[in-house]
Design a protein around this ligand. Structure first.
Ligand code: FES
Length: 75
């Protein structure tokens, strides 16, 4: 069984056996179990810690801000 944990304002942490493939179906060597969710990593699809440097906020925070009448980042 694979479990993917969503870190608050951070990457997806994958626990368990899995295969990672690119858009062509080619296997990508798994060098880390943390997958980038912020889009800022220099080693995509893996997390390199950039999310902390850029102040990445997860989707829940963005939705809450939108409900307050403010504009979510990236819009
Ligand atoms: S989630 Fe860590 S660098 Fe993107």
């Amino acid at each position: 069984m694979v479990t993917i944990k969503i870190r608050e304002n951070g990457p997806y942490l994958v626990d368990g056996e899995f295969t990672l493939v690119d858009h062509n179906g080619n296997e990508v060597p798994i060098t880390k179990r943390a997958l980038c969710r912020c889009g800022g990593s220099t080693i995509k699809p893996f997390c390199d810690g950039t999310h902390s440097k850029i102040g990445f906020q997860g989707a829940n925070a963005a939705v809450e801000k939108a409900d307050d009448g403010s504009t979510p980042s990236g819009s």
